[in-house]
Ligand binder design. Sequence first.
Ligand code: HEM
Ligand SMILES: [Cu+2]
Length: 555
Amino acid sequence: MTHDFSQEITGDRESQNQQGNTWREYFSFNTDHKVIGIQYMVMTFIFFLIGGLLAMLIRAELLTPESNLVDRPLYNGLFTMHGTIMIFLWIIPFNAGLSNYLVPLMIGARDMAFPLLNAISFWILPPAGLLLLSSFFLPNGTAQAGWWSYPPISLQIPGDQFINGEFIWIVSLVLIGISSIMGAVNFVTTIFWMRAPGMTFFRMPVFVWSVFSAQLLQLINLPALTAALILLLLDLSVGTQFFKPDGNGDPIIYQHLFWFYSHPAVYIMALPAFGIFAEVLPAFSRNPLFGYRSVAIATLGIALISIFVWVHHMFTSATPGWMRMTFMATSMLVAIPTGIKAFAWTATIWRSKLHLETPMLFAMGGAAMFIFGGVTGVMLAATPFDIHVNNTYFVVGHFHYIVFNTITMAIFAAIYYWFPKITGRMYAEGWGKLHFWLTFIPANITFFSMHPLGLQGMLRRVSSYDPQYQGWNVIASLASFLLGASTLPFIANIVGSWLYGPRAVDDPWHATGLEWTTSSPPPRDNFEEIPTVTRPPYDYGNPKYSVIVNSDNSE
Ligand code: HEM
Ligand SMILES: [Cu+2]
């Protein structure tokens, strides 16, 4: 199943490695999984910035109790687009990009199983994203029904234009969904069939296990959302009544189909983050990952259980008692495999000498914040509690502890950790640490504040609120502006280091894993020779890796 790229390799490989790719290649249709990975990551980061700007606007509106900065329809559009962009154009496709870059290297393959399909999956995204953004220029603006797009609200279109914000929203989400399904086929096939000799399932790094589990979920669950969106489009545009309560339709069916995908989507987003922790924590504590096999199995276990919990998003949707009870129980069950992971991370770094370089700071910060977000998650799984705080800022606080404080932090850990491999250059450590503290502290202030607000009863998706809520809102908004500013040192560091940073060695962190055995950046076909794997992953007890990480990571 491996491909032979020897035809395509021209010139001296050494010099090719040194020069890496020219920037033009990143704007062209290229089937190299590494180029595609970088294309995904850079593009999604731009969407992260756009989604972040929208969040700043939302937070600016919420500085005062009155709705005075933007009008209400625009406010609805802002949180709808913010949520949609952050999920479907930042976290999910960023993970697809990182996985694209890493999986073939980590399993000892020369590329993904279907390189052409891989490039097509990527190139669907820029037009879909631009299409979504273009809806800001429509007469009635963007979609306004939140990222869930529940009918009947999503079907109430002012002015009745055929092409409207909701229409564009659905079309671009269907396109993104098609791209994700194609990507999932590629990842699952690659991990199944393209592993190097000796790379058994239980020698795969946990990151690969995470990608495998997350992409299985994409395959099983995403078709439900795609189907629901197509039916919604028909209701919206040609007058069918699948979900219209005033016809014969049932809006609750939409909620089921939506959450059948969108709860697992939480794990499609989170599992790769857990995988990143499992790579970074061992490398910077010089310990093998504690309980590797249990962690690998727990990864699949989380994915499996997460298919059966979706109704916890519908406790207040006239859901019958037996369903509430059942889904409360399954939801709480997720805490077991997740707890195994959290325990393993802690045990890995327990009593070891920690090397607090930037990737480690982000990984430890993200893992710790996950404990907080996980606990509020179990609280929300308890039906009586959820009924109390449903639709309040408590929920918004909870999921931002996951999507920002855990997953986005993990993404930053990954960027710093694999930056030397990807670019062949080192980033600046001081700037990285500054970025960490500027992110970690304001993020906690911003998103912690949302919990007391929710407990006191402040609703989400509102542009005006009772004056009693202003205190925490001002704190959250001011901290969020700092959080926005924290991306500046990051961008400066990444751009500056990519262009002018000192050259990185092949394995600057003395880390285990096949990706570190090849050059930085790797050649077009990844390895001079396909490696034969004879040892377990996280081989940090092995004398070969007993070297201590030092700050001199460059040549
Ligand atoms: C840059 C820092 C961020 C800030 C300051 C921020 C702030 C906010 C605020 C104020 C809301 C509106 C809450 C409401 O009215 O219901 C919101 C909603 C949301 N955010 Fe964020 N957010 C940030 C990052 C993220 C990230 C990284 C994600 C990734 C998935 C995300 C996902 C969402 C979602 C899904 C919603 C719900 C949208 C809806 O109600 O339809 N946010 N955010
Ligand atoms: Cu859920």
